[in-house]
Design a protein around this ligand. Structure first.
Ligand code: OTD
Ligand code: ZN
Ligand code: ZN
Length: 346
């Protein structure tokens, strides 16, 4: 007998869509299953002003294929020059759903991010006042901190002091990769939430390095030890509404990934729901999938959950999905969890 699971249509609370030919290639992969997504602003140049966000939103809307529906939820890229009034206006008009903080140099296209947090205090205070959430890439970038410790050190040296200085600021710690991040979010007050990616529930650092270097598993924050992956799986499947899905699907062409200096990012848009059903079933928590993928994010962002549903079906045989998708910027490899998947979206 086939097993099936119907849930409200999911949303993705952290997504990279890029621009131009790449946008056109990857957008259908998300819009096929997801109703809405928080769109990351790390374009070149970054999406800093309300006017840039409006123009980018229009390019995304224009790229939605006939017959699909999708709502991009826009973000502004926080810089040390960001103007609190511009941010407040973009929020008041309904254009932006969140502001994104990248510590300078933390990840792909983050050179314009924040180095001196004193210079963004005014914006953060304004955001706390108007209830606009801050999404954070939580890693320090100081060269003396080991790459595997950068999230943990960020919690103590940056995130906690920042939240103490800005009471009432809603913060989402994005793409949590450590038990420390999970513990921080679980133990903080109700202004704090966290997103978890699909791939960090399925890979740990061995996947990247054992038996040859696997560039398609390299992303930032880099996957940690297995015990951290286990902590993420436990949190995601716990039913705690502080944790919800942000895939961080981050497409790069194969040429840019399979290189002596390969780009960071896993492209999971195509098979995310199949992967999540697999993980939640393994954890004996299929009944918690709807909360994680479809309910807790909307509640957090003050939006109604989607009325439409999707149905996941478990097949007796492995379900095929494309190894790569073609884009005008070249092929993009789809995340391979390293074992067959049996779930598909009907
Ligand atoms: N991580 N790659 C990218 C962004 C994320 O930190 C992230 O949000 C990207 O390519 O934009 C990645 O590995
Ligand atoms: Zn990030
Ligand atoms: Zn990201």
């Amino acid at each position: 007998m086939t097993q099936s699971l119907t849930i409200r249509r999911p949303d993705d609370w952290h997504l990279h869509l890029r621009d131009g030919a790449m946008l056109a290639g990857v957008l259908p992969e998300t819009a096929r299953h997801f109703a809405r997504a928080i769109i990351m602003p790390n374009l070149v140049p970054p999406v800093v002003t309300g006017a840039q966000a409006a123009a980018y939103r229009d390019r995304i809307l224009a790229a939605i294929p006939e017959g699909m529906s999708f709502q991009p939820l826009m973000t502004l890229y926080l810089t040390e020059d960001t103007n609190p009034t511009d941010v407040a206006a973009a929020h008041a008009s309904g254009l932006v759903t969140a502001v994104k903080l990248y510590p300078a140099g933390a990840t792909t296209n983050s050179a314009s991010g924040v180095a001196n947090f004193d210079n963004v205090r005014g914006v953060l205070e304004k955001m706390a006042e108007i209830g606009l959430p801050l999404c954070i890439h939580g890693e320090v970038t100081t060269h003396d901190v080991d790459i595997f410790d950068r999230e943990q050190v960020f919690l103590e040296t940056v995130l906690h002091p920042l939240r103490e200085r800005t009471p009432g600021l809603k913060v989402t710690l994005e793409h949590i990769t450590t038990s420390h991040g999970i513990d921080y979010v679980s133990g903080a007050d109700g202004d704090m939430a966290g997103t978890i990616t699909t791939h960090h529930l399925m890979i740990n650092r061995n996947h990247i390095l054992v038996g040859g270097i696997k560039p398609h598993y390299y992303c930032l924050p880099v996957a940690k030890r297995r015990e951290h992956m286990e902590a993420l799986r436990k949190a995601a499947t716990s039913g705690n509404p502080r944790f919800f899905l942000g895939t961080d699907s981050a497409p790069h062409s194969d040429a840019n990934k399979e290189s002596a200096c390969g780009c960071a990012g896993c492209f999971t848009a195509t098979n995310t729901m199949a992967c999540l059903a697999h993980v939640f079933e393994e954890e004996g928590a299929l009944d918690k999938l709807e909360g994680f993928a479809s309910m807790f994010g909307p509640v957090r962002y003050g939006l109604p959950p989607n009325e439409e549903t999707i149905t996941l079906v478990k097949e007796p045989e492995p379900v095929p999905y494309p190894a790569k998708i073609d884009t005008g910027d070249g092929p993009v490899t789809v995340f391979d969890p390293g074992h067959p998947l049996y779930w598909r979206v009907a």
